[in-house]
Design a protein around this ligand. Structure first.
Ligand code: URA
Length: 209
């Protein structure tokens, strides 16, 4: 079973409070989401493997460390996932970014990918799927499925806020995927919104309704 980690760093929790606040406007919300994404990236990458190298400092040789070969791919799920990409790229500027857009066909209930564009070497990358709101978990589940079908081997899922229902679905279908959350909320309301949540993340980030 993958890990479920709530990243309860005080700065993440503080900023998340203002993200939740309905009186926070679009500009401030974007800045806060950027900042939280950066902090979450810092926490999520804590266990990346290092390798030893030697460099010359102005004083002498130093045995020191750099990230081992593991290359990172960020995979935001459209549309709200886009809001967390820039913050993460501040910390991981060399990461490649793939995009996944999908919806569920209301008749067949099968996921339909309306957009997918990925780095060519996803099977060699440590992928971080970004889905800010893990509600029922349907989109994240389908996106992870799509990535695995295309050869992805190492996937982490990052969400700003999750409902237990979404976490359970991913744990059940993708036990190899570690899940990193800013907060684990109470559940879902009748309209599928996370409670207390932040509302519609895409609409709030992009100022649409
Ligand atoms: N998507 C959102 O943007 N918000 C929710 O609460 C649930 C799904």
């Amino acid at each position: 079973m993958g890990k479920v980690v709530v990243l309860d760093h005080p700065l993440i929790q503080h900023k998340l409070t203002y993200i939740r606040d309905k009186n926070t406007g679009t500009k401030e919300l974007r800045e806060l989401v950027d900042e939280v994404a950066m902090l979450m990236a810092f926490e999520i990458t804590r266990d990346l493997p290092l390798t030893d190298i030697t460099v010359e400092t102005p004083i002498q040789q130093a045995k020191t460390k750099v990230l081992a070969g593991k290359k990172i791919g960020l995979i935001p799920i459209l549309r709200a996932g886009l809001g967390m990409v820039d913050g993460m790229l501040n910390l991981i500027p060399a990461a490649k970014v793939g995009h996944v857009g999908l919806y569920r066909d209301p008749e067949t209930l099968k996921p339909v990918e309306y957009y997918i564009k990925l780095p060519s070497d996803i099977s060699e990358r440590e992928l971080i799927v970004i889905d800010p709101m893990l509600a029922t978990g349907g989109s994240a589940n389908d996106a992870i499925e799509s990535l695995k079908k295309r050869g992805a081997k190492k996937i982490r899922l990052m969400c700003l806020v999750a409902a237990p229902e979404g976490v359970e679905l991913i744990e059940k279908n993708h036990p190899d995927v570690d899940i990193y959350l800013g907060a684990l909320d109470e559940g879902l309301n009748d309209h599928g919104y996370i409670v207390p949540g932040i509302g519609d993340a895409g609409d709030r980030l992009f100022g649409t309704k």
